[in-house]
Structure formats: C-alpha cells, structure tokens
Ligand binder design. Structure first.
Ligand SMILES: [Ca+2]
Ligand SMILES: [Ca+2]
Ligand SMILES: [Ca+2]
Ligand SMILES: [Ca+2]
Length: 456
C-alpha cells in the first residue's frame, strides 16, 4: 500500500514537472508503449503513422524533463511543439529525435524533423532561451557509448531544427568539437535576458574542477554557443552530485552544485555572477567549512517564495530502537550574500521523503529532542539534553486508511494515551502517540500537528 502511495506521488511529481502522460510511465522497456490520452495520444498516433509500430520511447535520465515527449514553443507561434526521443526498431544505433508540430488549419500532428542523436541515451533535456526572443531552444545532454556526457544544442525555425555548435577556444585546435559535462544547467546568470549554459566538469588530466559559461552569439548570421567564462573550483572536489539552477536570493540567479570532496558526504557549491568583475563567482569557496549534507535533500524552494534553498544536516544522536535507522536534522538555508556566514536559516526539520513527510523542529526542540526511526513506519522522539537520552516523548506512525479505521473503532474514547490523527491523505493516516513526559515538557498535540509537513 505504501509503495503504491509513493508511486502515485512520484507520478504526480513527474506529471506536474513535465506534463507527461500517466500511461507513458514505465513504458521504457515495452516494445509497444501503452496509448497515452488526450493530446499525448494524438502525438503517439502521429508517431505510429510516421515510424510504424516497432519503435521504443526513450526517457531522459536526469534533469527536470523526464518524459519521452517534451513540449515547448520552439518557433514562437504560441503553440507547443513536441520533441520525442525514441529508438527505431530497425536501428541498433542510438536514440533518435523527432520534432513534431501541428498546423492550426489541420490540427494534425506530423513529424517535421527526424534525426539521429549524438549519443546512446538522453541524459537530460534543457529548454533555455539563448537568443532572448521568448521562444525556447533545445539543449540535449547526450550520454555517449563511452559513458561521457556531451552537449548538443538546436534552434528550431521555419520547420528546421538547426544544430548550434558549442565551441570553446583551445590553444592547440582553435575550437573543440564537443564539450563534455558532469552537470549542466541553463539560466540567465548575468541578467541580460538571455540564458547562458553553465557547464560543470572535472579535467581528467589535472584533476581540477571548473564551471564554464557558454553564451549564444551570431557571426555572419550563423549562431553558436561559445565558452566566454570559466571559474576553477576548489581543488579538493573529486566529483559532482546533481545541480539545480534558478533564483537563489533577491535579484540573484545562479546554480547550486552538489560535489564530493573525498568522502561520501555531499558539499554544496554555489555559482553566481559577480557584477563588478563581470565574471562567474563561487562565493562558498571563501568559507572555512563547506556546507555538508548526508541526506538526499537537493536544493529546492521549500517555503514557496520563488527562491531556492539548500540544506545542511547533522546526524541525530541515536538510541536503541529495534530495527532502528538513524535520522538527520536538516537545516534549510537561503543564500545571504551580505551575511558573514553567506547563508541564513529558513527551516530546521527531519526529512522523511520515503514516508512522505517532514517534521519541522522548533528552536527549543533542537536542544532537547532527538529522533530515530524504525523500518516499521514509526518515528520515535526522545528527550535528549545533549549527553543523556531521556524518556520517549512521542511517536508518529503511518497507518493505511483501513488499518486506521480498525484502530479507531477499537480505541476506547476514554483512554488518555492513544494514537490521534495529525494528517490524512487518500491512502494513509499519520497519527501521534504522546507520552505523559511530553505533556510535562509542554509538548502538545497542537504543536506536533503544526510541525507535521506533508511533502509533495
Ligand atoms: Ca510553436
Ligand atoms: Ca529563443
Ligand atoms: Ca544572460
Ligand atoms: Ca524559497
């Protein structure tokens, strides 16, 4: 039941991010994908007409667009086109791209462009606006047969998808043919209303990591993306682990980078634009101690103010719970360029993404409460004075709706210590059992109910 809940929740996230059709999910390995509904179905029928029946849809592995059918208005007519990734039945080669459009007169989708890709799989898809004309360009990060990621960019106009070379000046060859990346984002970092590409990579020869910036420029009518800036990152970085770009502070746009510095922990690096120097900057490199996290908590806008926060966490003191798993106390921080710490605290909470919720920690809890979970959908909260573990304060348990109905009918109305529901969704009831000790500490049902945060 729990798995189903999670699957549905994940589907919802995928749907809301990419507009993909529900029935297309998990069809990666099917010889014939199930029929999508609505517009998605019309697109798939057009594909069937153009490609026959043996093609297999391919899905971007990373990034925010995870559907095999990615829609955007590439030509500026205010109607979305669709880019489709697939592998042809008769072709043992890599993933192909089809661009589909429909005319207003006929309202019929047709494949207007069809091309071999530059790699075996699509690693990620980005839809930036390089030239600032308001319509999207297409950037595909391809995973090659040798396992590296390379960038391909395209502009669509007058029924043609034109490849835009991504070039970088090199001393020996003038320009190189393809640029590889570990993490790739597109954002208008310098505020000129045109998106730049931000390319994070590690040089295999000298082991140095850097972020390059590529800007769109046209020379005699021919457009290209040229690397126009680069910043070298801390020499202790041994690898990257995810990137997120967007607004990170008032009037500041940039990229958060997860990076490894020789341990399993993930450190957070930040790339912004230094207006005075007109160059990329990495402000967190000046900190004595990097921001570190162990949990799978990528930067995101946790408070809905449109700006992206990042997290830092510490392991909570653990105690002896059967089948216990340790938990982390996660602090969400916002970039604050004018403060000495370069960050300000937004929220402190325990993240339980697999259980579908987080528990926010009031400042007074941080010094007197610790928590641990077991693998039976229960999270235990104990008093803790910094040295000695005290009594159990409360526990939160996830019930299925059916289980909860049974418990409610069995629980005596008169009993003081019993589970009380703090949140209900379509599949689960989250309930708390509060001990006498919690009540003597002044921790109330209302307080716990308020600290419970369902995660989308
Ligand atoms: Ca269009
Ligand atoms: Ca554009
Ligand atoms: Ca820009
Ligand atoms: Ca925010």
């Amino acid at each position: 039941m729990k798995k189903l809940t999670l699957l549905l929740a994940m589907c919802f996230v995928v749907l809301s991010l990419s507009g993909c059709q529900f029935s297309n999910l998990d069809s990666d390995n099917l010889m014939r994908p199930p029929k999508a509904s609505g517009d998605g179905q019309a697109i798939q029928e057009a594909l069937d007409r153009a490609l026959g029946s043996g093609y297999v849809l391919r899905y971007p592995r990373n990034g925010i667009h995870r559907s095999a059918i990615v829609r955007a208005d590439f030509d500026g007519d205010e109607i979305d086109e669709a880019v489709v990734f697939y592998r042809a039945a008769t072709d043992a080669g890599g993933t192909r791209i089809a661009l589909m459009d429909k005319t207003e007169e006929t309202d019929v989708w047709t494949v207007v462009y069809n091309s071999k890709g530059d790699g075996s799989e699509v690693e990620r898809v980005i839809l930036p606006d390089f030239d600032g004309d308001g319509s999207a360009e297409l950037v595909i990060g391809w995973k090659t047969y040798t396992g590296s990621n390379i960038i391909a960019a395209y502009i669509y106009s007058e029924g043609q998808l034109t490849s835009v070379p991504v070039t970088e000046p090199t001393s020996a060859f003038g320009v190189s043919s393809s640029i590889s990346y570990s993490e790739l984002e597109a954002i208008d970092i310098d505020g000129d209303k045109r998106d730049e590409l931000l390319i994070a990579s590690i040089d295999n020869i000298n082991g140095l990591s850097s972020v390059k910036m590529a800007e769109y420029l046209t020379v005699s009518g021919a457009g290209s993306l040229g690397v126009s800036g680069e910043i070298t990152l801390d020499s202790s970085i041994t690898g990257f682990s995810g990137s997120v770009s967007g607004q990170i502070a008032p009037e500041v746009y940039g990229m958060y980078l997860g990076s490894y510095r020789g341990t399993a922990k993930i450190t957070t690096d930040l790339i912004v634009w230094d207006k005075d120097k007109a160059a990329l900057a990495a402000p967190f490199m000046t900190l004595k101690e990097p921001f570190v996290r162990s949990g799978d908590t990528s930067p995101q806008d946790i408070d809905g103010d449109g700006m992206i926060e990042f997290s830092s966490d510490v392991e909570m003191p653990s105690f002896s719970v059967e089948n216990g798993e340790k938990l982390y106390l996660t602090t969400w921080l916002g970039y604050s360029p004018d403060s000495e710490a370069l960050a300000e605290k937004k929220q402190t909470r325990i993240e339980l993404p697999d259980k579908g919720y987080a528990i926010s920690f009031a400042e007074e809890w941080v010094s007197k409460v610790t928590a641990q979970r077991n693998n039976d959908d229960e999270v235990y909260f104990y008093s803790y004075n910094g040295e000695v573990l005290g009594d159990e304060l409360f526990r939160i348990k996830t019930f299925s709706v059916e289980e909860w109905d049974e418990i409610e009918s069995e629980q005596d109305e008169e009993i003081e210590y019993k589970y009380r529901a703090i949140h209900t969704d379509s599949y689960s009831v989250f309930a708390v059992l509060i001990s006498a000790r919690a009540q003597s500490e002044g921790i109330t049902y209302a307080e716990i109910e308020k600290s419970f945060m369902p995660l989308e």
